[in-house]
Unconditional design. Structure first.
Length: 274
């Protein structure tokens, strides 16, 4: 027995099924379009709202790390430089302590020398007083002791020169100690003593004596502002007195300088302080 044939769907039934399928396709396309639109329009928003700040923060963190690394490197260099400076300062401090110890020894030696010079000047002052007393006695008997007076005058000149030498020696020591006030006093006192010899000094020594006085005048003018120049003038004057006022060399005129002041030989090589 054969089966009954299936009934053929009607036209409207087939149209309904086709419409449902079309609606399903349109719905799927709408969903796809919505997803695509959401991705297309939502991606920039998400990028600007979330991803971009993260990237900026990451870049900022990297920049901060680079700055911190540079600062740490700079601080390390500064610490190394400070350590080097500290070591240099310690070395300088040690050297300064040694220099101060040496300077203290030199000052002690200078003080001893000054005491010796002061004692010598005291003895010379006493001798000068004795010579003054003797000079008064000789003047009372001038007619009988004319030759003795000449010898006494020579001795008195030598004593005066010796006193001037000792005063200049002490002045040189004061200059070495940068005690310009006491140095000026001794230089002025020596100059005043030498002025008393101008009237009775032998003619052959007069020019040399005048040179000594001129040097001392220059030294007094240069103290205390120009002590280095003053030291040279005092040394030359002292050397001339130690050499017993030698005759000054005759200057040789040259085309460049015809009127140059004659320079004594002792100016080139002054001797050390006794």
């Amino acid at each position: 027995m054969s089966a009954d044939p299936k009934p053929t769907p009607s036209f409207w039934s087939r149209m309904g099924r086709a419409f449902v399928k079309i609606l399903r396709v349109l719905l799927i396309l709408a969903l796809i379009a919505g997803v695509v639109a959401a991705i297309y329009f939502g991606t920039p928003y998400l990028y600007e709202r979330f991803i971009l700040p993260i990237e900026e923060n990451t870049a900022r963190l990297e920049e901060i790390e680079e700055e911190q690394a540079a600062e740490i490197e700079q601080l390390t260099g500064q610490i190394t430089d400070l350590k080097s400076r500290l070591a240099d300062l310690e070395t300088r401090q040690t050297t300064t302590a040694q220099t101060l110890a040496e300077a203290q020894g030199e000052i002690t030696a200078l003080e001893t020398a000054l005491e010796s010079q002061s004692e010598t000047l005291t003895q010379l002052d006493a001798l000068q007083e004795a010579l003054d007393t003797l000079s008064l006695t000789v003047s009372d008997n001038e007619s009988l002791l004319e030759e003795g007076s000449v010898a006494l005058a020579e001795v008195q000149r030598q004593v005066t020169l010796s006193r001037a030498i000792e005063m200049l020696s002490r002045a040189r020591l004061y200059l070495f100690e940068s005690n310009f006030g006491l140095a000026s006093q001794d230089v002025a006192a020596a100059r005043d003593l030498l002025l008393t010899l101008q009237s009775d000094i032998p003619a052959e020594k007069s020019e040399s004596l005048q040179e000594v006085i001129s040097r001392l005048d220059r030294a007094l003018n240069n103290l205390p502002d120009f002590p280095v120049i003053a030291v040279d003038d005092v040394d030359i004057a002292w050397q001339l007195l130690v050499n017993n006022l030698p005759e000054l060399p005759t200057p040789t005129p040259t085309p460049e300088s015809v009127n140059e002041t004659p320079i004594p030989t002792e100016e080139v090589t002054p001797t050390a302080t006794p």
